[in-house]
Design a protein around this ligand. Structure first.
Ligand code: NAP
Ligand code: MG
Length: 462
């Protein structure tokens, strides 16, 4: 147990304005592993002022120099990969191997991608008698969740810095330690004072003060739809730009020609990874009625294998929320074929890997984001029916399609109302734009599209 001090503001760790702290708990054993200061509006104001003061010089820094800082940042993160993985495992509870392979490795790749993009992007273009300059949008407020705690910070900070913006980050209260580690890395990378600032604190206090601050030009938020809506409303009042990455209820569509066992096994792995706390998880598996019983059996077997390996969910509230959804699934008539609401262990916020069969479209578990290791298997009659079910939620963040031929899967994917689709198990690409259709959000992260979110244009006519 360690009491961490201070906020990273204006290039140094400064004492917090207030005395309150947030306890950081290891969800695997429920032990308090540390405390961080709970930021107030005063801390937020100091951080936004520092970011504003640093903006003109950073915006005027040549892109090649911004790229060099991002490249140095990538290297510092890479050198500290083990420490990152250990920290995420301690505060989020994810198994160490997953923390190494995903929570540490992906942010390193993303930071590297923006080092390259900053060096190669055309910040100036000609059209007719105009020269169009792509200028930084200004001071960015980044409000991030706990499920991929470092990735979600880097997916905002790296493109913002590449664009020439300055940033204030408010990380999730459950995972502030890896955010502090990141602030140290930014410092070691030689990013000038005030370009990056960190205020730990509670959402309704520090988060809200940051979203409301008139010195912020863009609020980039990842988290729940409920809070996203609030932030969009605050931003609308000040005509501030927002980027929102919200929830999902993505479909894994297995067409009759697909390799059923592979599609089911990869689908189950996708839902169980990170204990189901992935906004883009394919939590609805759609199977043709002729293959339904076989798919359900395969899914139940696959899920049972995760029983020993799965990590806890992030906190007690989340565990109770997920269990509540499982109970609701049973109450609404779905058939449990793996897992259930009972806790698999005495201590730690664990939830059993759960699979529901006989799920119909109207059920709560088929419509709402559960954010836990819970898969619903639904049957469809034909391709049109599958498409209707796949598109039948308010969300549209991700999805998967499996078919014998790629072309068949692509034709189906093109009709899905969603921002990302993996074809026959296609791999994650850190350069591909990520973001939602419909209520899954506004804007895109990652790659060149993610960079564009932090730029605005100025046209000069000659
Ligand atoms: P959340 O409350 O939306 O948290 C996201 C971030 O917003 C956190 O930093 C949070 O601070 C902050 N926040 C909360 N209230 C705020 C406010 N009024 N103004 C400004 N910032 C505020 O999400 P959650 O409570 O951690 O999780 C709830 C549900 O959201 C999950 O079960 C899941 O369905 C969804 N979720 C989605 C994603 C995603 O990637 N799309 C990620 C996480 C959660 P605190 O940490 O102090 O709350
Ligand atoms: Mg919250």
């Amino acid at each position: 147990m360690k009491a961490y001090d201070g906020m990273y503001i204006g290039g140094a760790w400064r004492p917090a304005a207030g005395q309150d702290v947030i306890e950081v708990v290891n969800p695997a054993d429920e032990q308090v592993i540390g405390t961080v200061p709970a930021g107030t509006a005063e801390d937020v104001d100091a951080a936004v002022r520092a970011a504003r003061a640093a903006l003109p010089a950073w915006a005027a820094t040549p892109p090649a120099e911004r790229a060099a800082r991002l490249s140095a940042l990538r290297d510092v993160l890479a050198a500290r990969a083990d420490e990152i993985a250990g920290t995420v495992t301690a505060e989020l509870g994810s198994p160490l191997k997953f923390s190494q392979a995903v929570h540490a490795a992906v942010p390193i790749a993303v930071a590297g991608s923006y080092a390259e993009l900053a060096a190669t992007y055309s910040f100036e273009e000609k059209t007719g008698n105009s020269v169009v300059h792509h200028e930084p949008i200004g001071v960015v407020a980044a409000i991030t969740p706990w499920n991929y705690p470092l990735h979600q910070i880097v997916a905002k900070v790296a493109p913002a810095l590449a664009a020439g913006c300055t940033v204030v980050v408010k990380p999730a209260e459950d995972t502030p330690l890896v955010a502090r580690l990141f602030a140290d890395a930014v410092h070691k990378a030689g990013v000038p004072a005030g370009v990056f600032n960190l205020v730990t604190g509670l959402g309704p206090v520090a988060g809200q003060a940051l979203a409301e601050h008139p010195g912020v030009d863009l609020v980039s938020f990842t988290g729940s739809t409920a809070v996203g809506r609030r932030i969009a409303a605050i931003a609308a009042g000040q005509v501030k730009k927002v980027a929102l990455e919200l929830g999902g209820k993505s479909a894994n569509v297995i067409l009759p020609s697909a390799d059923l066992a592979k599609a089911v096994n990869v689908g189950v792995a996708n839902v169980m990874s990170n204990s189901g706390q992935t906004c883009s998880a394919w939590t609805r598996m759609l199977v043709h009625r002729d293959h339904y019983d076989e798919a359900v059996e395969l899914a139940a077997t696959a899920a049972a294998k995760y029983g020993e390996r799965i990590g806890p969910v992030v906190n007690a509230k989340q565990r109770d929320r997920v269990r509540g959804y499982i109970e609701k699934g049973v109450a609404e008539g779905a058939r449990l074929v793996a897992g259930g609401p009972e806790s698999p262990r005495e201590t730690g916020y664990f939830v059993s890997p759960t699979v529901f069969a006989d799920v119909t479209e109207g059920m709560t578990i088929a419509q709402e984001e559960i954010f836990g290791p819970v898969l619903s298997v639904l049957a469809y009659e034909d391709e049109e029916d599958a498409l209707r079910i796949a598109n039948g939620t308010v969300y549209g963040l991700a999805g998967a399609v499996w078919a014998g031929e790629e072309a068949e899967a692509v034709a189906f994917a093109r009709r899905m109302e969603t921002g990302q689709v993996d074809i026959n198990g296609g791999r994650f690409n850190p350069l591909a734009p990520f973001g939602g259709y419909k209520q899954s959000g506004v804007g895109r992260e990652l790659g060149v599209h993610g960079l564009a979110e932090y730029l605005q244009t100025k046209s000069l006519q000659f």
